[in-house]
Design a protein around this ligand. Structure first.
Ligand code: PLP
Length: 399
């Protein structure tokens, strides 16, 4: 065994694997991973090209199919998630769409929690039905609704947990069981929990998807996504779909994201610590009507959070006393926290879901998932927590 390979005789923790997993040095012995910015690969001979294409030689063919830098990112994520295989995608939405479309055909049925990020909801509510794949939207916290929604054609269950932006938490283990009894696969969008704080595959989910744009990059630079699951799922469904339709990740993005993984656990831990402090402050403030943070004992599913997450996460959602005008006044008075719609960034971000990420939903649909005009989502970043607390406290004076 080379000194360069990781020890095989002892399990390594996430923080270590995220730094060293899938190191593949070129002949130069570089410390930082090489960036293979190439679309294609040269073959020694015509016979060698033929062997690549017919599968006798497993090397690289074309970067829409696979690329060594993308492989490094995928392998680190596979190790972190405890998956068997993965395919990286151009964005989180490419991952969500591919995870479902790759395995469905006309007539198949999808059951999904209705509390979803707006674009995810578009995929299950509008896009799939348009191609003859109907969906039923349920209250994700109500296990009876998941059971009742099953039809003989149900093939996929889909959920986010915690949900965007209301931070509801769903029982992944119980929902996976219902999916499996129905002969369906459970796909979990694990963006809000991060791969550090929640491992859906270990809870029984079959497929996990990420927007790598969020905590995995963590510095607001680029889009990316990934779908992870069993070797069988990837080879039976995802592999060919990705290869032939092309929502692939660029090697440059994979390089940046693989470097992002090296600091992921550190960043998530620090952001979570600050998020807890900001949430506690907001919860006790007279101008805050409702505060939801997964790490607080007053979270409606606090016991479930303890069972399936390793912490409360990096986001808090709250309602200011009033409506849209008061929410806007608060946002406009912030100076350190930025107004944006991304999350998981080193920079703290405030989002008004009703007018941005969830604007597409009707007011009734927003109300049904608990989003009001006063709802604000705060993604806590890496600034000093005291500066964030002062910023939020000052802005609340404007409400
Ligand atoms: C829960 C969730 N899933 C998927 C996505 C889509 O990710 P991307 O913007 O990388 O396409 C987002 C983006 O906000 C999200 O919050």
């Amino acid at each position: 065994m080379s000194r360069m390979s990781l020890p095989a005789d002892r399990p390594l923790r996430d923080a270590t694997r995220l730094i060293h997993e899938a190191e593949a040095r070129s002949g130069y012995g570089e410390m930082s991973e090489a960036l293979y910015l190439t679309s294609g690969y040269a073959y020694d001979t015509m016979e060698a090209a033929e062997a690549r294409f017919d599968g006798r030689d497993p090397g690289y063919i074309y970067s829409r199919f696979s690329n060594p830098t993308v492989t490094t990112f995928e392998k680190r994520m596979i190790a972190l998630e405890g998956a068997e295989a993965a395919r990286a995608t151009a964005s989180g939405m490419a991952a969500v769409t591919a995870s479902m479309l790759c395995q469905l055909k006309t007539g198949d049925h999808v059951v999904s929690a209705k509390a979803l990020f707006g674009s995810c909801r578009y995929v299950v509510e509008d896009l799939l039905p348009r191609f003859g794949m109907p969906s039923t939207l349920v209250d994700g916290a109500d296990l009876d609704q998941w059971r009742a929604a099953v039809t003989p054609r149900t093939k996929v269950f889909f959920l986010e947990s915690p949900t965007n932006p209301t931070l509801e938490v769903y029982d992944i283990e119980a929902i996976a069981k219902i999916a499996h009894e129905a002969g369906a696969l459970l796909v979990v969008d694990n963006v809000f929990a991060t791969p550090i704080l929640q491992k859906p595959l270990k809870l029984g989910a079959d497929v996990v998807v990420y927007s790598a744009t969020k905590h995995i990059d963590g510095q607001g630079r680029m889009l990316g996504g990934i779908v992870l699951g069993s070797e069988k799922f990837v080879m039976d469904h995802l592999h060919t779909f990705m290869r032939q339709t092309g929502p692939s990740m660029s090697p440059y993005n994979a390089w940046v994201l693989a470097k992002g993984l090296e600091t992921l656990s550190l960043r998530v831990e620090r952001m979570q610590e600050s998020a807890g402090r900001v949430a506690d402050f907001l919860a006790g403030h007279p101008k805050v009507k409702k505060l939801t943070y997964c790490g607080r004992p007053d979270h409606p599913q606090a016991d479930l959070v303890k069972r399936q997450m390793a912490g409360g996460g990096t986001l808090a959602t709250f309602a200011v006393d009033g409506g849209k005008a008061e929410a806007f006044r608060f946002g406009n008075a912030l100076r350190v926290v930025k107004i944006s719609n991304n999350l998981g960034d080193a920079k703290s971000i405030l989002t008004h879901p009703a007018t941005t990420t969830h604007q597409r939903l009707s007011p009734q649909d927003r109300a049904a998932v608990g989003i009001t005009d006063a709802t604000l989502r705060l993604s806590v970043g890496l600034e000093h927590a005291d500066d964030l607390l002062e910023d939020v406290e000052t802005a609340l004076k404007a409400v």
